[in-house]
Design a protein around this ligand. Structure first.
Ligand code: SAM
Length: 225
């Protein structure tokens, strides 16, 4: 993949109004997806579709990661939980926003990302270390449908696999005033991306951000095969 192909894709996401805020645009520009892809997928990196990363799983399309990163309203210092590390790419884009290198280290947030497939957790860890995010992103191999209570509560939670319903442990791990994004729906079709906001009083509000197609969430609160 050539750098200019990636730049062109980001420019078109900006033109389409999918990417809007300067910090999200900067993060998406600075972390090309190709660095997180297997060798045989490198040349498709700037094509705006999900791509296979092995183990029957995919890395999300750049427009979907852009939509999610905008909707999360991320800030420097946020503690973020991602369920579904996959390649580690989405987590790295978030790290660029919550813990940018040009901010003092004392203000950095952190990304915890949970992956249920051991081979992918290892793959994501290798990518994260190779690309210099080891101090801002932690990969955990576990069932993320249970969240990651060890570091809860989180300012933001994002789930990158489709759940049958909103898992209770996840909503409990969102801080008051926090946001969770989660695709909810059937195993392959008719899923909607939900933005779940927890008020400072603990009240939950749901907003439908539109139709999406994610791989199924597995584990205790996931789809049963
Ligand atoms: N965010 C990823 C990236 O940047 O490459 C792409 C995520 S992929 C669309 C969804 C991932 O969720 C898969 O890697 C899958 O193995 C993982 N997954 C599914 N159920 C899970 C669970 N219960 N806990 C943790 N990870 C899960």
């Amino acid at each position: 993949m050539e750098r200019k192909d990636w730049e062109r894709l980001i420019d078109s996401l900006v033109r389409e109004g999918i990417l809007r805020s300067p910090k999200v645009i900067k993060a998406m520009r600075s972390v090309p997806r190709g660095k997180f892809l297997p060798e045989n997928m490198q040349s498709y990196s700037a094509v705006d579709t999900p791509l296979p990363i092995g183990f029957g799983q995919t890395v999300s399309a750049p427009h979907m990661v852009s939509i999610m990163n905008e909707a999360l309203r991320l800030e420097i210092g946020h503690k973020v939980l991602e369920v579904g590390a996959g390649s580690g790419w989405h987590a790295a884009t978030i790290a660029e926003i919550v813990a940018p290198k040009d901010a003092p280290r004392s203000e950095w947030g952190h990304v915890y990302t949970v992956e249920i497939v051991q081979g992918l957790a290892e793959y994501a860890r290798k990518n994260i270390l190779n690309e210099g995010y080891g101090d801002r992103v932690t990969i955990i191999c576990a069932d993320g449908s249970l969240g990651y209570p060890e570091k809860a509560p989180y300012d933001r939670i994002l789930v990158t696999a489709a759940a049958p319903d909103i898992p209770k442990p996840l909503i409990e791990q969102v801080k008051p005033g926090g946001i969770m994004l989660i695709p909810v729906g059937s195993m392959h079709l008719f899923q909607t991306l939900l933005k779940v906001t927890k008020g400072v009083d603990g009240k939950i509000k749901e907003e439908n951000l539109g139709g999406v197609a994610f791989v199924p969430l597995t584990g205790e609160h996931g789809h049963k095969f």
